[in-house]
Design a protein around this ligand. Sequence first.
Ligand code: ZN
Ligand code: ZN
Ligand code: ZN
Length: 285
Amino acid sequence: MERICSIIEDETQKSWSLFRASNQVIYTGGINKMTESIIQQKSCSSCQQTQPVSSFSNNIRQKDGKDTFCKKCQSEYHNQWKANNSNAVKQIAANRRNRLKIKRLCLHCSVNPAQKFKSCCERCSKKQAVRRKTYRIEQTQKGFCASCLKTPYLVNTVKSFPLCETCYFKQKARRNLGNGLFWQQIKAKLEQQNYLCPYTGEKLILGVNDSLDHIKPINHFPELKNDIENIEWTTRAINEMKRDRTPEQFLSFIQHILNYKSKLGIKWNNSSCLPKESLSITVSV
Ligand SMILES: [Zn+2]
Ligand SMILES: [Zn+2]
Ligand SMILES: [Zn+2]
């Protein structure tokens, strides 16, 4: 034990004198935790700044076990190289992917076997899910869309999963037309309608009262399910009332109610469910 201590002392002494002589780390005794904790600084050969050794990555090829560039310079150098050699970067990534796919290994850690029908192992996919969830929460707290995480979200969309305008349209298109790619067409429809419900004249507000209606109900016209021409924006209340009726059936259904009520002699000119600007319904006998 005494001998080991004296060796460490000798080594430490040696490295200190070298350090003082050159003001740089030229320690040649390999990675020795004790001496490393004493020698705490090293000069970067790129930015020429003397920095703590913790600012340098490990590199077993170097005599002192640390890179010659500091971490910041190293990453700048790598980013620069990647920017200048984008094709090579793609090729390297593709080669790696192919190699791992053949061996059926995880594309992330390249160590564990990949799951069935997935490209990564169970551990990595769990980690990734946690990371994605945390990032989503962070971004939504900052006011960004929970789907694309980039654009500010619409105030009125669901609080647990707020969406930006584009993602909102994409979700609507996916749900009603079976494909999110129709989002621009349904947006154009809404603009064509001037953001008004064709039945009540109410203003349609995204996330509040908007609803996409299949003009000809898909229960009776299943072939028109994904037909963009069969789509119209209405209020949610109207869509719920219309259900699987065609516009003609829906209007005659309302007419029927009005006729019946008027037969009973009921008059009204006020409807609290409609906004002030829309016409009030007056029924007279
Ligand atoms: Zn540096
Ligand atoms: Zn993995
Ligand atoms: Zn979005």
